[in-house]
Design a protein around this ligand. Structure first.
Ligand code: COA
Length: 169
C-alpha cells in the first residue's frame, strides 16, 4: 500500500462512527443484509428482538458515516446475542462499496471491547468455509478455529467453521 492509499484508508476509518442499533435503523439494516448473499439472513422480527434485548442479552451495533449530501448513512452492522455469558456473533455486514476500508474491523473492535468489559466468558461464531473475507476478519481479531459443522449451511450446502475467543485466564 502506498502512503497515499494508507492515508485515504485512515481517512475513511476516521469518518466512521459506531453506536448501538435502535429500531429506526432496522430498514437500513435489512436493506444492507439483502446486498450480502454470503451473510446470515434473519427476519425483521429477529433483529427487532435483538435491538430490544440490549444490553444484557444482545450487542447490536451499527457503523455510520456522513454520505454524499450530508445525510448520515448506515454502512455496516454487527449483531451478537448473549446467552449465559456466552456471546455469539450472528451477523456482520459492511456495505459493498466501503469494504476493505476498516469498517468491519471497527465493528469487531467495538464488540470485543464490550465483551471484555462484560462478564462474558466466550465469544463465538460460525462462518461459511468459503467466506475468506469474514474468516480473515475474525482471525485478525484473535478468534481461533475450533471445529467444523458438516453441511451446516443450505443454498449452497457448505460446512460451517466454528471460531471462539476465550477470556484470558
Ligand atoms: C466480512 C466483512 C464484514 C468484512 O468487512 P470489511 O469492512 O471489508 O473488513 P475490513 O476492511 O475491516 O478488513 C479487516 C480485515 O478483514 C480481512 N478481510 C476483509 N476483507 C477481506 C477480503 N476480501 N479478503 C481477505 N481478507 C479480508 C483482512 O484481514 C482485513 O485486514 P487488512 O485490510 O488489514 O488486510 C465484509 O466483507 C462483508 O460485509 N461481507 C459480506 C457479509 C458476510 O459475509 N458476513 C460474514 C457473515 S459470517
Amino acid at each position: 500500500m502506498s502512503a497515499g492509499d494508507a492515508n485515504s484508508q485512515r481517512g475513511a476509518e476516521a469518518a466512521i462512527s459506531i453506536r448501538a442499533a435502535n429500531l429506526n435503523d432496522l430498514p437500513a439494516i435489512l436493506a444492507l443484509e439483502k446486498t450480502a448473499p454470503g451473510a446470515a439472513h434473519w427476519s425483521a422480527s429477529h433483529y427487532k428482538s435483538r435491538v430490544e434485548s440490549q444490553p444484557n442479552a444482545a450487542c447490536f451495533q451499527v457503523a455510520e458515516r456522513v454520505g454524499g449530501e450530508g445525510a448520515i448513512q448506515i454502512c455496516g452492522f454487527l449483531c451478537a446475542r448473549i446467552v449465559a455469558g456466552e456471546w455469539e456473533i450472528e451477523n456482520v455486514v459492511v456495505a459493498q462499496k466501503l469494504r476493505r476500508h476498516g469498517v468491519g474491523a471497527q465493528l469487531m473492535r467495538s464488540l470485543i471491547e464490550r465483551w471484555e468489559d462484560s462478564a462474558g466468558t466466550a465469544l463465538m461464531l460460525e462462518a461459511r468455509e468459503s467466506n475468506a473475507a469474514a474468516r480473515a476478519l475474525y482471525e485478525q481479531h484473535g478468534m481461533r478455529e475450533v471445529g467444523r459443522r458438516r453441511d451446516y449451511y443450505r443454498a449452497p450446502v457448505e460446512d460451517a467453521i466454528l471460531y471462539i475467543l476465550r477470556r484470558a485466564e
